[in-house]
Design a protein around this ligand. Structure first.
Ligand code: HEC
Ligand code: HEC
Length: 482
């Protein structure tokens, strides 16, 4: 028998494969993963401004427009009519006078931090079940994701211009829920209950549902917008065919901008398809300004709120009778598409590396998809073809009863939420001055956020709870390094 030379070939090939795998593993960890936003990552100080930098890959002209867009994001709108006619039109009902009041230093908002106080950066969506065929049709077509309260509209506004009454406020009380951890440790979670108070127009609809939400952080949103729908759908597993207990599915909504049914990406229930639509929704509902896609000047005043609808508004003929005209929304779009993602801190720390493995081992990565590749990004090609590390699949997941708001929104049920992106999350305290997490800011630490996970994420939570205290600390260190 001749010497089996083919063995040498197999051996060499095997070595080659091992070598490449290690090299690729290394490359991913050391090059791509440390710069989660790809070319839109910044290396500036991890301080209070860490979420406010322009992506370094913007050309100088766009950097200038980014700065002007930032001005609009921070602008304090005033009520009409005002001498500064370009900045009037606030309200009549509003939640805050500027985007930045809620997206604190481009970071997230929070619930009241002291008992008995109100928080501007948290808001409450209002909805009722469809009551007739016309309403059901609007939901089925995806043109509306919820049916507003007939009087109070889609959101409770706690502020109003002079002469118009604010709608009311929300009182928050807490019950405690205990979670047991390995090693006889236990954590007490504060479960919030929400009740409407001081309502200006009497009782709301008897079937009213309240969905509490804090403003999310603003980094890397243009990159998330640039991910192809096919890449998101590839992660969906609505019938859990792989049997891992995780069955992510997209929200589908009608996009006025794309003029078709599209995958929702923005908002805690992924109810908005494009950044431009999300920005104009915010102008309209949160601040009370008209814009090209939402031209009514009265914001969220319902037909039943007659005085509110008749109040003066800030549109002027030279701006198409809009309060926030084309140029304003274009600059806001540029701004919100190009807020850079901070580089990782301490990614090579041994505890962080160990936590990285634990994150995958207990199943966090089943929803918090570590990396994605962006598509062509027409109109913002700086965000095109980037290898990004957002730790989200942009899909909806049933997160269990404890986190449920019982308010469906588009195709999202009352128990479903969009996987929150985790990039930058370790800088929340430095940027926004607090460490409150989840859609309503109920979690007071990253560990509490993990322990609130239920539903499809119950197995991952139990996996976390079963780790030793040292391992839990490593996993949290990893999340802090993102
Ligand atoms: C009163 C507080 C408040 C104000 C003011 C506000 N936002 Fe928001 N913003 C929120 C909340 C809450 C959400 C989450 C909405 C949801 O879950 O549907 C959000 C979501 C967003 C998102 C989507 C983020 C993501 O990760 O999905 C964008 C973009 C955004 N806002 C832009 C703006 C812009 C631009 C302005 C100013 C024109 C603005 N916001 C004003 C509270 C606010
Ligand atoms: C079944 C899907 C799923 C799994 C598995 C999962 N998560 Fe989440 N995660 C979510 C969703 C959805 C949210 C948003 C929930 C909300 O806002 O109420 C979230 C929110 C978070 C947040 C808060 C983010 C923020 O911006 O406030 C953290 C931190 C987090 N997850 C970490 C983890 C870790 C660590 C694990 C593993 C132990 C894990 N998650 C497993 C789906 C999942």
């Amino acid at each position: 028998m001749a010497f089996p030379y083919w063995w040498l070939a197999v051996l060499a090939h095997g070595l080659l494969v091992v070598f490449v795998a290690v090299a690729v593993g290394d490359t991913l960890l050391e090059v791509a993963e440390e710069r989660p936003g790809g070319d839109a990552t910044h290396d500036k100080a991890p301080d209070r401004d860490a979420f406010s930098h322009a992506a370094p890959n913007l050309d100088p002209a766009k950097q200038l427009n980014f700065a002007v867009g930032n001005g609009f994001f921070k602008r304090l709108w005033v009520s009409a009519p005002a001498s500064t006619s370009a900045a009037d039109g606030l309200g009549p009902l509003f939640n805050a006078r500027a985007c930045q009041r809620c997206h604190i230093r481009d970071g997230r908002g929070h619930p009241p931090l002291e008992p008995g106080t109100q928080s501007e950066s948290m808001l409450f969506r209002l909805s009722i079940p469809a009551e007739d065929e016309a309403q059901q049709d609007r939901l089925d077509s995806g043109r509306e994701t919820s049916i507003p309260d007939p009087v109070y509209g889609t959101q409770l506004q706690g502020f109003s211009v002079a002469g118009i009454e604010a709608e009311g406020r929300v009182e928050i009380s807490h019950e405690s829920i205990v979670r047991e951890l390995a090693g006889d440790d236990r954590v007490e979670l504060a479960s919030p209950r929400y009740a409407l108070r001081d309502l200006a127009h009497g009782d709301p609809h008897p079937a009213l549902r309240i969905s509490p939400r804090v403003a999310p952080q603003m980094i890397g949103l243009g990159l998330l917008e640039a991910v192809d729908e096919a890449s998101i759908l590839a992660l969906a597993d609505p019938d859990d065919t792989d049997g891992d207990g995780i069955s992510g599915r997209p929200n589908r909504v009608h996009s006025a901008e794309l003029d078709r049914l599209a995958i929702g990406r923005f908002g805690h229930k992924a109810t908005v398809a494009t950044l431009n639509e999300q920005n104009q929704l915010a102008l309209h509902v949160d601040i009370g300004l008209s814009s090209p896609l939402r031209s009514e000047p009265w914001g969220d005043c319902s037909a039943a709120q007659v005085a509110c609808r008749n109040a003066p508004h800030g549109g002027s003929p030279q701006y198409d009778n809009l309060e926030a005209h084309d140029q304003v929304v274009d600059l806001l779009l540029l701004y919100t598409r190009h807020l850079a993602v901070p580089a990782r801190r301490n990614p090579r720390d041994p505890d962080v590396i160990a936590g990285r493995a634990l994150f995958r081992q207990v199943g966090c990565a089943g929803c918090h998809q570590p990396d994605l590749v962006t598509g062509d990004a027409p109109g913002h090609t700086e965000n095109a073809r980037q290898h990004i590390w957002p730790y989200t699949d942009l899909l909806l997941h049933d997160m269990g009863e404890d986190l449920a708001d019982h308010a469906d929104d588009g195709q999202a049920s009352g128990r479903e939420w969009r996987t929150a992106p985790l990039w930058g999350i370790g800088l929340t305290g430095a940027v926004a001055g607090h460490t409150r997490f989840l859609h309503d800011g109920r979690a007071r630490s990253l560990e509490e956020a993990i322990l609130w996970h239920g539903g499809e994420a119950a197995t991952a939570r139990e996996g976390y709870a079963a780790l030793t205290a040292a391992e839990r600390a490593q996993l949290v260190r990893f999340v802090e390094s993102l």
